[in-house]
Ligand binder design. Sequence first.
Ligand SMILES: Cc1ncc(COP(=O)(O)O)c(C=O)c1O
Length: 467
Amino acid sequence: MATKEFPLIPETVEPVKTKYRTICTKIPVPESVAALKKLRELEPRSMGGQPPVLWHHGKGFTISDAYGNTWLDFSSGVLVTACGHGRKEIVKAIADMAKQGMYHSYCFATDARLKLVEELTTLLPPPLKRIFLLTTGAEATECCIKLARTWGMKVGGPGKKIFVSFENGFHGRTLGAQLAGGSAGLKGWIGQPDPAFVQVPFPDGFRQPDQSFAVFEKTLAAKGVKGADVCGVMGETYQGCNACLIPAAYAQALRKWCDANKALLIFDEVQAGFGRTGKPFGFMHTGIVPDLAACGKGISGGMPLSAVLGTDELMNMYGPGEMTSTHSANPICSAAALANLQVIKRDKLIENTAALAPLMAKGAEKIAKAAGGHIGRWDATGLVGCVQWTQKGTTTPQPELAWQMVWRAIKRGIMLFAPVGVGGCAIKLCPPLMVTKPALKEGLAVMEEIAAEIAAEANQLLAVAAG
Ligand SMILES: Cc1ncc(COP(=O)(O)O)c(C=O)c1O
């Protein structure tokens, strides 16, 4: 959630030159301002809000513009480029498929589609067995909602249609995905609450300090929801607005509850899947398997492709031609995704993520410490870290300080996307999974320096205000 636009007035900044970062111009680059302005004129404001850098090319864990600047990428786009930017294997897969003359296939069979679903199947723990390829994460989560509602009504009659999800959860920006989303501000446009979509607190230990499963049951009871009427429960394995993995004990209790109430358990793995957490899927940290999972982002390394993973029974509820999408399994995207998965496997990127996880956690902790109480919460799971700027001793967001952190990082050669999360207070640290230890260390150290500077300035302002 970007809170405001970054300025388009070139600023003289301290030059940076390290092995991974080069900043050698004003920021934003004066020559790029016209293009950045034109985009602001021609597109909806919603496409804005990101740092004013005209991305030109990427190489591994770096992003460069056309003016000599290079950033150490702590964004992975938005948690997409698992095996890095400009990866030659993915470039080749895309080029080969295009040269073959196959860039669209609708639902006609292709070898690219077969190879991809075969590869994906090798990752699935039973009873997950079938794979439905789609284009966006929201399309995958919407499909899960549809399958849960269909299944609920099939096994429990018309009343079994309540879909439970989590407060502050994010599942995409289409209607169903936003009904299931947990931010009231994002769904005001719908105009009326839908009683068949109910949210419960996510056990993050911060905004919801009580992480016990009892909160789930108490909340449903307080909202007058009977378990028998629930068709499905969907949650992220870690929330996009932070990096806090669902506690294993909670997930296990939820699995039992879903089984007892004949409700489907669905994990949204759009952000967490394909290694980001140090395991192929986030749910693999919990010791349970969902009935459905929605995947996207890191599945393809950058091309628009998503997937629903599901059991035989659920995936076969609809007949031929009844669940389709025009760009499902696009051959170029499928070939790119296959190359991406092969690189992740061959280069042991999930193992690399798990090995670097303690460094990410230590770095996030040090950043929070350097902010001296202005960062109320840090989390890290695999190669995703998150710090939340909050008023001291509270959960109240300090979006201005979060925004400052992004802006200063950009000027020092660290690529971050705009703040996300509750009130726009969260900074996500998410390099490609092929990042090296020295690069990660360097980036985290810069972030720590920035946190200390912002906190010192904020303290000065507080002291002035206090007289
Ligand atoms: C957890 C989660 N689910 C779903 C989505 C929606 O994915 P997409 O933007 O590809 O529709 C996102 C995107 O940020 C996400 O983080």
